[in-house]
Design a protein around this ligand. Structure first.
Ligand code: SF4
Length: 207
């Protein structure tokens, strides 16, 4: 394990496949059925991701800089939705980019919906790439697997995906293979129509 622990059981940064992943919150706007944490599993690929506090910007910067392995990309990921810590994402991403890191945000795509305004222009100043969990080809399938609090969440994710490429050069939609009702080809087709990339993810794999 290459994760760095700064409090008991808390891994704030960990290396997977040459990338440095930042675990900055366990809070989420969704309650996905397939999420490890909602199935009592906080260890993901050997890293204990349960947090007992949320790291600040300085802590995250020092975690990245003290990683034992070089990283190609720093990824806001976590076992939670990074944009629920919007100020921390914006400031950490900006500082990382100033130091020459490529930065990616893994997100549920609901930040505009949650905050009630278009945050993409601000996010574009702090990240080079955005990976959005699409996870379904219809709102009904999304509701079954991701359990959003409101039925219009899926439309909000699509809206986020439509807007993102205007300001962020590298945008990818993802879907998890093997979830009930999820048609991977249909998800890929939606991404293609929107004009963003598509990546298939495997159940239980963070990244
Ligand atoms: S968005 Fe990610 S972290 Fe949040 S509930 Fe869904 S799978 Fe879990």
């Amino acid at each position: 394990m290459n994760g760095t622990c700064t409090a008991a059981d808390a891994v704030y940064a960990y290396n997977l496949n040459g990338n440095c992943y930042l675990n900055l919150t366990n809070r989420c706007s969704l309650r996905c059925r397939f999420c490890p944490k909602f199935n009592g599993q906080w260890d993901v690929r050997g890293y204990g991701l349960r947090l007992h506090g949320e790291p600040d910007v300085d802590t995250l910067m020092s975690e990245v800089e003290n990683q034992p392995e070089a990283c190609d990309e720093v990824v806001f990921c976590g076992l939670g939705e990074p944009t629920l810590r919007l100020g921390t994402v914006l400031e950490t991403g900006r500082r990382l980019r100033e130091r020459g890191y490529r930065v990616r945000l893994n997100t549920d795509g609901l930040s505009n919906y949650v905050y009630g305004r278009d945050l993409l222009p601000r996010l574009a100043e702090s990240v080079d790439a955005i990976s959005v969990s699409l996870n379904a080809q219809t709102a009904a399938v999304y509701a079954v697997n991701c359990r959003p609090k409101t039925p219009d969440a899926y439309a909000a994710v699509l809206d986020f995906l439509y807007r993102a490429p205007d300001v962020v050069p590298d945008v990818t939609a993802t879907a998890v293979a093997g979830l009930p009702g999820v048609d991977m080809d249909a998800c890929a087709e939606i991404a293609d129509k929107i004009g963003v990339g598509f990546r298939r993810r495997e159940l239980g794999h963070v990244g």
